[in-house]
Design a protein around this ligand. Structure first.
Ligand code: ARG
Length: 473
């Protein structure tokens, strides 16, 4: 048991209480952010004349040494301390004596932990965005190669109209693109520095909060100290965005699982991304996709947990908030793992183009186009719908497709049909005629692909300040 407080206590903390209260087993995850925050705090105290030049130098160098030693593995973060903040302060006091005791001037663990968590999450938002970017690149490559790979488009999981693989993949591109916009959006909204909020009511020291904010790459300080120490909205927003990523990944997984089934055989998952059965030698299972689908529940759970934890907390800091960390860390690690694996699976998957095209042909996916043909020849749409319905029934009875009927058979149902019907209901025509923006026709699709390539060539992250190198140099 090693703690920062005790002066007003007459008894030792009960060991079970100590264990229950301690957070070092998980808050050591942001040791780097904790020490960077301390360096910025010390530099600001020096600039404001609250610490002497020498104290500032000693403390800055001391924290940097501890950081380097932790990174190199030379110094192990000991669980004997209550939290990462106590560990760093104790290590500093051990090295610098009384000067080390000045580190915490004008600071509380409340604004310190608020800062650490914010900085940690901010970095993770960038990494999630990067993984989404890589996923989008993988999806776009598939799109680029498959503008003429025909497949059935489904509604109600029933074959509906023919589309292309590029078009189907394009739907996921849009989803993950919106996920990236959410990352960017949250980043900008949360990028304000809570350091200097103190325990809840600011401090009586003349702190320059704009300066610490700038040193740490924030857009400015938070503007209310009670909110500064107790705001966890940005975590809720981020978790919500992560849940949406998982929902998208889960839908995609579900399709891969269906497409990989013996009945569909639209795709073959690479051996490196599938698993076998211990008893059934023939099996090659889509476990990655199933796990991603399964882990979605876990990420949803973290959002619900944090919302529930926060809902009854009066201002300002309360210890309940310590619960934010394990939930958020677990959700982040889960989503990052899922994104990386899914992208790998997608990059190596093989598409059975023949099976896809054959499936689109067999499912009357050109029935709407046959009706449109009649409409173009003066038949009112509702009547055309009925006529093609009869044709479909006729085909089902004879186990055949609309394009395989003879002109005489078609004319027997409606005399409006002529020889050009076969061209009109061919798969190629059905898809190629769909040329409105966002439709699967090759020319429409190529325009969208060009727009998405342009989008991927820009990265909002490259304009962010290089604060870390400056702070640590
Ligand atoms: N481990 C704490 C947390 O995660 C740090 C803040 C402690 N503050 C306090 N007043 N006990 O929230």
């Amino acid at each position: 048991m090693a703690q920062l407080w005790g002066g007003r206590f007459t008894k030792e903390t009960d060991q079970l209480v100590y264990n229950f209260n301690a957070s070092i087993s998980f808050d050591k995850k942001f040791y780097r952010q904790d020490m960077e925050g301390s360096i910025a705090h010390v530099k600001m105290l020096g600039k404001q004349g609250i610490l002497t030049e020498q104290e500032t130098e000693e403390l800055t160098a001391g924290v940097k040494d501890i950081l380097n030693e932790v990174e190199s593995g030379e110094l192990e973060i000991s669980h004997e301390y209550e939290d990462i903040h106590s560990f760093v302060e104790a290590a500093l006091i051990e090295r610098l004596g009384d000067t080390g005791k000045k580190l915490h001037t004008g600071r509380s663990r409340n604004d310190q932990v608020a800062l650490d968590m914010r900085m940690y999450t901010r970095q993770e938002i960038l990494e999630t965005d990067q993984l989404l970017d890589e996923m989008l690149n993988a999806v776009l490559r598939i799109m680029d190669q498959n503008v003429d790979t025909f497949m059935p488009g489904f509604t109600h999981l029933q074959k509906a109209q023919p589309v292309t693989l590029a078009h189907h993949m394009g739907a996921y591109f849009e989803m993950f693109k919106r996920d990236r916009f959410r990352m960017e959006d949250i980043y900008h909204r949360m990028n304000y520095c809570p350091l200097g909020s103190g325990a809840l009511a600011g401090t009586t020291y003349d702190l320059d909060r704009y300066y610490t904010a700038e040193l740490l790459g924030f857009d400015g300080p938070t503007l209310n100290s009670m909110d500064g120490v107790s705001d966890r909205d940005y975590l809720i927003e981020y978790l919500s965005a992560l849940c949406t990523v998982m929902m998208h990944l889960s839908r995609f997984s579900e399709e891969i699982i269906i497409w990989n089934s013996n009945e569909y055989q639209f795709v073959e998952i690479d051996d490196a991304y599938s698993t076998g059965s211990s008893i059934m030698p023939q099996k090659k299972n889509p476990d990655i996709a199933e796990l991603v689908r399964g882990k979605t529940g876990r990420v949803y759970g973290s959002l619900m947990s944090l919302l529930t934890t926060m809902k009854g907390i009066p201002l300002a800091y309360n210890k309940d908030m310590q619960e934010d960390k394990e939930l958020v860390f677990d959700a982040i690690d889960t989503v990052k793992g899922c994104l990386a694996l899914f992208t790998g699976m997608l990059t190596t998957i093989r598409f059975n183009k023949d099976k896809m095209e054959e499936s689109a042909k067999k499912g009357f996916t050109n029935a709407t186009d046959a009706a449109d043909y009649l409409v173009n020849h003066g038949v009112p749409f509702r009547d055309a719908h009925g006529i093609v319905g009869q044709i479909v029934l006729y085909c089902i009875e004879r186990k055949t497709a609309i394009d395989d009927l003879s002109l005489d058979e078609l004319k027997a149902i409606s005399p409006v049909f002529e020889e050009d019907i076969f061209e009109a209901v061919s798969m190629k025509t059905c898809v190629e005629k769909r040329l409105t923006v966002g439709a699967p026709g090759q020319e429409a699709m190529k325009k969208v692909i060009a727009m998405e390539k342009e989008y991927l060539s820009q990265d909002w992250k490259k304009d962010l300040p290089d604060w870390e190198n400056k702070l640590l140099k």
